[in-house]
Design a protein around this ligand. Structure first.
Ligand code: MG
Length: 347
């Protein structure tokens, strides 16, 4: 088992081990003040892992209740949140009980936000079952729901009590979701770890699963290092946004339909590196992304994408901040006007 200790205001551990979902109760029970766990999950994950998790919690003498909502980003909204609150009231959940986020990023984000707000705050545990959630969204304490006006517009920083990552859970993950997570995995290599990036270049979507015992803890440790240095996202955490300035524009342009987040990030990283990196670095990054069936560019014209970049949450005043990785394994934050950003791509 690999343990990554996260030293935020409320410190917690991320444990990575195959089969840990079936043993989750032994890790969760000692952290609880109350005796009831409310599992929050979606209708995809429910049938796959909820019984395993429930059995392990009940074996520790805990009472388990479960709330299931329809899978997908469309559920990450205020109505689902209200439904969760109503469910918690109905089951008389108290502040000393615990929410269990069992699923991918949507489940983790909305459960974390429910835990941050219900009864003014209660404990929650992350059991991420997608690659994206394991290496990215379950660590760092960002929780949120979407509004009709945009994604993640209402949220809170709320650290989990523990995160348990089971690489075996990824065996049921369809290739498109595996590729989605690989977009962020490649990003970690680019911003902090040239050796990880080189390793990823030797693998592809078919062979990478065998290396998850190394890759997942490596990515979590990188995210941990960045989050510890900037828990509330004021400065250095911005380096996690490599590729994201363009990715958010791509997602907006295509109404979040054509590209998954990770594939938009892959295209964003490649398009950025084409302008700011060396030709050799650009070619290597493109080849790496293609190995995971990730796009290296998009059809949308740059002239229409660039204005959408100003909608990025990471903008500061009238300026726009973006990340460049030259050489691979390092990251620099650059602040420019939208016009200067435009001129980078369109001369
Ligand atoms: Mg991301």
């Amino acid at each position: 088992m690999k343990t990554i200790a996260v030293h935020t205001q409320n410190p917690y551990d991320v444990l990575v081990e195959r089969g840990i979902l079936g043993r989750c109760g032994t890790y969760i029970a000692p952290l609880l003040k109350g005796r009831t766990c409310a599992i929050i999950t979606d209708d995809n994950v429910d049938g796959l892992y909820a019984d395993t998790v429930t059995a392990s919690l009940e074996a520790q003498g805990l009472t388990v209740v479960k709330f299931v909502f329809p899978h997908g980003e469309g559920s990450k909204n205020a109505q689902t949140l209200l439904d969760i609150y109503a469910f918690l009231c109905e089951h008389e959940i108290t502040r000393s009980d615990c929410l269990i986020a069992l699923g991918g990023g949507v489940v983790g984000d909305i459960t974390g936000f429910a835990a941050a707000t219900f009864l003014r705050g209660m404990q929650y545990v992350q059991l991420p079952t997608t690659l994206l959630a394991q290496v990215d969204s379950s660590v760092g304490g960002k929780t949120a729901i979407d509004l009709a006006q945009g994604k993640n517009l209402v949220g809170a920083f709320k650290q989990p009590a523990i995160v348990l990552c089971d690489p075996d859970a990824l065996s049921t993950l369809p290739d498109v979701f595996l590729a989605d997570g690989m977009g962020e995995v490649i990003k970690y290599g680019m911003i902090r770890d040239a050796a990880l990036f080189d390793m990823l270049c030797t693998l592809n979507l078919d062979t990478v699963r065998a290396e998850f015992d190394t890759i997942i803890p490596t990515c979590i440790a990188i995210k941990r290092d960045v989050v510890e240095a900037d828990p509330f996202d004021h400065g250095e955490r911005m380096i996690l946004n490599f590729g994201h300035t363009l990715a958010h524009a791509i997602e907006t342009y295509y109404h979040y339909e054509t590209y998954t987040h990770g594939s938009a990030v892959a295209a964003g990283m490649c398009m950025m590196t084409k302008q700011c990196g060396t030709a050799e670095q650009y070619e290597k990054l493109c080849a790496c992304c293609q190995g995971y069936q990730l796009p290296v560019t998009v059809d949308a014209p740059l002239a229409q994408l660039i204005p959408l970049c100003s909608g990025d949450k990471k903008r500061a005043g009238g300026n726009l901040r973006y990340v460049v990785c030259e050489p691979t394994g390092t990251a620099q934050i650059r602040t420019v006007t939208l016009q200067e950003f435009h001129d980078l791509f369109i001369h």
